[in-house]
Structure formats: structure tokens, C-alpha cells
Design a protein. Sequence first.
Length: 438
Amino acid sequence: MGLKDDLDRYREVGEERRQDLAEFIQYGDLGQSRPDEVKIPIKIVDLPEFAYDQRDMGGVGQGEDAEEGQPVGQPEPQPGDGDEDGEPGEEGGEHEYYEMDPEEFAQELDEELGLDLEPKGKQVIEEKEGDFTDITRTGPTSTLDFESLFKKGLKRKLAMDFDRDYLREALKVDGMGPASVFEWARGENIPVSKAWLEDEYDALTSEEKTEWASMDEMDENVERQSTAERIRREGVDQIPFRREDERYRYPEIIEEREKNVVVVNIRDVSGSMREKKRELVERTFTPLDWYLTGKYDNAEFVYIAHDAEAWEVDRDEFFGIRSGGGTRISSAYELAAAVLEEEYPWHEWNRYVFAAGDSENSSNDTEERVIPLMEEIPANLHAYVETQPSGNAINATHAEEVERHFEGSDNVAVAYVSSPEDVVDAIYEILSTEEADT
């Protein structure tokens, strides 16, 4: 197998691993992973192996001949090395899982979904000097921008320069004096200094002042040159610099911002949230947690459970807890607002508020309390995930009300999950809404 075949095989493995990632999110055992390590079950383990060409194995005495296909550096299997019956091992083979940290998980999910969320830095933790790209009017001599100074001086010279030989001949026209030549030059768009004309006219003799009978005669006999032609021929002896032209370079100040994120996960734990609904919440929220952990420097999570009242729980309780009460979703948003205000100020933290449930809510609570609270809580993204495995219940209207009210909003997403097959699409709906705002 050639090097190209090996590289193609590695690309295939990468694509197959991303397919495994999607299947894992939908059907895999999420409990095998930890918050800082994601374990993806993989079916493809036959990675290509490089082997030396037999002709490059060295001279006589370099080792015994190997069978074709035998991995380099490994002896031929011997009896007793695993091909006989024996007691099964107690530990699972490591090759059954591909382990990745949340950052790699986020990269893989970006590739799988075609996303690239760019985290926002909130709190400034360091300021450092970058390239000398900014300009100021004052500064130390060592930072003087000589190129800018030269360009300004050259531009001024080109604007002020004039054809002295040609204008001197104009002063020699009978009846023309400095004032007349000045007015004539202005009409011809010829730059000239009136003081210079007066000095030059005084230096002419009486005979020179009548050398030409008319301007037409002078113009027919004297060649006029443009400033550019004259500078090409004669060069530039002096550039008129001025203090006002000086500019000094100073370094751009780059702010290093810490990318902090707090994710508030809200879940309905009322009596109607049975096992299948709870599982769909876990399958949607867990990859979102991993993804944001991988994207941000520092990620913290708040878990809020609610029925008619809301309370804060830890992560393990969040996905398994079940209550028997009614449902008032606004209680969770009231608690979330208090926690965020006290512990995670908006100017320092990126905020994501994710809620999930079966869309059943107490009468008028969505319109009168939840929607106003969502509008009042500053966040990068609000999302609601409806989990209804058997289809919408008659009174399951919360998601539709939220979606209708925030239609066209760039920081509110609503997703519907009725089976594991919907989970990846729901994650895309949520993350693509946030991506569009970055």
C-alpha cells in the first residue's frame, strides 16, 4: 500500500469517525464520558500500518524474514499468544472507543454540522503591544514615520513646483509685468509664486523685458515642461518638510480577553416528563455542554429543575430527577435571572440559557411571564427544546408560543425533538442561530 493510499485511508477514518460521532449523539451511551473527556465508540479500527520495503531492511544478519502483512517490529504470532482457548479478560479493549477532549469534540462537531462558532471574549485579562500600525502626531524620534513624512513633503513639492524657465520668458514679453504674468499663469493653471515673479522681473535688463513681442510669440519659441518631466530630468534636491507633517508610529494595543461562558440548563421535571422525554433532554443538552466547554476558555454550568417551582441541582440529578407536580416554566427563568445577576454579570460572561420540556405549561404563563423574562435576561442565546416522543399533546403549546413571538430573532432558537434521530438537527438549529450572530 502506497503513501497516497495510506493518507486516503486516514481521511476515510476521519469521515467514518464523524459519522460515528453523529450516531453516538443519537444512540450512544453518554454515561461513558466525563465533562472533560468524551469517549466515542468507533467501529473502524483497521488503521493503515507502514512497513519497510524488503529491499531496505538492511544487510545479512538484520533479522528473520517477515511474512507479508506482518506489522513492523512485531514477531509472528506464537502458540499461547492469544489463539488458544482461555479465560476471557476482565478489561474492555481500549480500541473500542476514541477518546477526545471537549475542544476536539467541538472541532469535530463543527465539521459534521458545517459550523464554526467564534466565542466572544468578555473580560480583559491582559493588554499587550502588537505591531506598530497606529499613528499619532507626537512621539519619540525613534518612532518617526519617515516614509509618511517624505510622501507628504514630496506631494507638497509637486504642488508648489513650477517651470521657472518658462515663466521667466513670460516676464520678457513686451508690456507684461509680474502682476500680468501672475494673472495669466493662474488662468493657465500654472502654479507660480508672485514674490518670485517680482524678484525675477527686477533682475531683468531693459532689453530683456521686451524680448518677445507677444505671448503667442514667446509660447511658439519656448518649450514648456511639466513638473514630472523636470523632476525626472533634474531629480529632487530638497523636499520641503514641515513640522505639521510629522507622524509617529506606536504599537497597536491588543486586548487579550478571557472567553468565559456560563450555561444555564433548565429542565421540566414535572409528572408528565417520563423516561423517554428525559432521555431526549440528555441527548440534546450533553453534547451542547461538551461543545461549549471545548469552545471557551472557562465554562461553568448551572442546572435548574422545575415543576411548579424551581430549584438548583447538580448535573447528576438534573437528567434523572422526576417530580409529580404541575408545571410553571417561569419559575425556572426567575431563578436563572437571579443566579446570573448575582454570580455571572453580563459584561464579564457569555451566557447561554437552554430550557427543555414537553411544552406543557400552566395557563398564560408563557405569554405573561416566560417571554418577558427571556427578553429581560441578556444572553448570547436562549433556546427551548421540546421533547414529545408521541407527538404534540393538546396543551403542549409553549414551544410554539415562544417560536411565534421571537420569529426572526438572532438570539432565540426553538427545536423539536420527538426521537433520537432529531437530536443532531436540534443541535444544529441551536448552534446555527448563535453562529449567525457572531
